[in-house]
Structure formats: structure tokens, C-alpha cells
Design a binder for this molecule. Structure first.
Ligand SMILES: C[S@@+](CC[C@H](N)C(=O)[O-])C[C@H]1O[C@@H](n2cnc3c(N)ncnc32)[C@H](O)[C@@H]1O
Length: 227
């Protein structure tokens, strides 16, 4: 059984997992890298990696059974520009992104992140200040961060965080507060489901500017009891 929601602040998920460096993941490690945070079952990336062979695609996901199933699909398809890794992105991506060669990271996507509605659960949201700081440090000027969700309460705090960093701008001409279309070639599974229900999707494309990245926050979140 795959749990619907995982508490990323449980003791187990707060332990950083060392993630393999690009040469251990991809056949051509020096290709530009697309990082998809919270990739779930991975079907979006499986299709995108075939359509977009000139980039490497890495999906990270906190539910291990989904990662195992996605990796099995990837191996069956014989794709060497795609990998899926099990980790708590909020915790484990910080060192990994910090060690990437300059200019390697081309695009970061966070699509339909789990919404946490209660104020006391805000720290469970995947995009926390330390993760945003390393994303901003790893993205060269002009590179992009794409956010989308069907839940305003999930995307608005992320947008506020990104805007407060001062490190990103929206492309000139993009509608505000929400972009009218998806700049990616393919929709995610959740996106397809939401659009088929006739529900709105809130999207923002951010482009890295020249500003210095914010310093990484010093404190880590404290664990909570539930797994
Ligand atoms: C609502 S699903 C959306 C999946 C996919 N992006 C889509 O649009 O179809 C959000 C995913 O993010 C994962 N997730 C939540 N918190 C995470 C974290 N801290 N690190 C990695 N993945 C996380 C969840 O397990 C879930 O699979």
C-alpha cells in the first residue's frame, strides 16, 4: 500500500540521504539538468525524458514505492537521461544541489505539491527557505523555476517565498498573478486530472536574475511524532 500523505518532519524523513552525483546517475552527466521535486509515480518525466533527450531529468519523491515503480519503468524503457531518487527533497537536496557543477542546473519544477492547510503544518511544505536558497544558488541567471498547483493555499506561500528572495523575476509579458499556460511540453498526472475536472490551475514561471542568493537558513525543522 502507498501512503497518501507522508509527514516529511517525521524522524525518519529528517535524516539527510546522500544522493548520487550526476556521473553515477546519467550516461551523459554534463547535459543540462531538469529537477522535478515531488515527481510521484514519474509518468510525466518518463514521457518528457523521451521527448527531450538533450537534457537529463531527475525526479525526487518521498514515497519510496512510487520511486521503485518509476525506476522499473525507466529501466524497461532503456532511458539513460532519466533517474528517480527516493528522498525528502526539503532535507536531502541541499548538499546535492550545492555540489552540482556551476551552470549544470537548467530547470526546477515543483508541480502540485502536497497542500498542508493548518498553520502548524506549514513547515511540512516542500519548498522551505533553505531549499529555495540552494536552488537560487544553483540556477544561473536566465535559468527557470516553474511552480504550479490547483490549490491556492499551496502555491501562494511558495510564490511569496520566491518573491521575497529577490532572486527571481517573471518573464516580461506573463499574466499575473497566474500564467495562462504551461511552458512545459507535457502535463503531469495531477495536472491532467485537475484539467479533466474543469478546475483551475495556478502557474508561475520564475527566471533567475543576477541577485546574490540568500544565505542558507541555519536551523533545521524539528521532528514530529507521526511517520
Ligand atoms: C500531489 S503529488 C503531485 C505529483 C506530481 N508532481 C504531479 O503533478 O502529478 C505531490 C507529490 O510530492 C511528494 N512529496 C511531498 N513532500 C515531499 C518531499 N518533502 N520530498 C519529496 N517529495 C515530496 C508526494 O509524496 C507526492 O507524490
Amino acid at each position: 500500500m502507498v501512503r497518501q500523505h507522508v509527514n516529511p518532519l517525521s524522524r525518519f524523513h529528517l535524516v539527510p540521504r546522500p544522493l548520487p552525483a550526476p556521473p553515477e546517475l546519467f550516461a551523459a552527466a554534463d547535459l543540462p539538468l531538469h529537477l522535478d521535486i515531488g515527481c510521484a509515480r514519474g509518468r510525466f518525466l518518463l514521457a518528457l525524458a523521451q521527448q527531450d533527450p538533450h537534457r537529463n531529468h531527475l525526479g525526487v519523491e518521498i514515497r519510496r514505492p512510487l520511486v521503485e515503480a518509476a525506476e522499473a519503468d525507466r529501466q524497461a524503457a532503456g532511458l539513460t537521461n532519466l533517474r528517480f531518487l527516493f528522498c525528502n527533497a526539503t532535507i536531502s537536496l541541499q548538499d546535492w544541489l550545492g555540489a552540482l557543477p556551476a551552470g549544470r542546473l537548467a530547470l526546477v519544477t515543483i508541480q502540485f505539491p502536497d497542500p498542508w492547510f493548518k498553520t502548524k503544518h506549514r513547515k511540512r511544505q516542500v519548498l522551505q527557505p533553505p531549499l529555495l536558497a540552494v536552488i537560487a544558488a544553483a540556477l544561473a541567471p536566465g535559468r527557470e523555476l516553474f511552480l504550479q498547483s490547483d490549490v491556492l493555499g499551496a502555491i501562494e506561500p511558495m510564490v511569496s517565498l520566491v518573491e521575497a528572495s529577490g532572486c527571481f523575476e517573471r518573464p516580461a509579458g506573463d499574466a499575473r498573478p497566474w500564467r495562462s499556460d504551461n511552458p512545459l511540453a507535457l502535463p503531469t498526472e495531477r495536472e491532467t486530472y485537475v484539467l479533466n475536472q474543469g478546475l483551475p490551475v495556478y502557474r508561475v514561471l520564475f527566471r533567475r536574475n543576477e541577485a546574490a542568493p540568500p544565505p542558507p537558513a541555519a536551523s533545521s525543522p524539528s521532528p514530529t511524532a507521526s511517520p
